[in-house]
Design a protein around this ligand. Sequence first.
Ligand SMILES: [Zn+2]
Length: 82
Amino acid sequence: VDQLKDSMTCPLCGKPVAESADAVRTTAFLTKRDPLWRSAGRQIHRSCFLVWDKREEFVRKFNIVMQRIHRMDPRGDITDVD
Ligand SMILES: [Zn+2]
């Protein structure tokens, strides 16, 4: 039950993320050894993401891990890599 609840709440503010909400959605691309792992594989409100002090670090790590597949821009928008 807690896992399901986690998957629907924003890790930055702890509030629910509606399916239609403007949000940053990633796969679980970090291992538990990474201090930011709790924010990976979750939905993060765009408004929370943009003011997050770890945003640059999160984007940088996403782009390192996913470099052959996806690319994230500073706003959290994800595109496929050709
Ligand atoms: Zn939030």
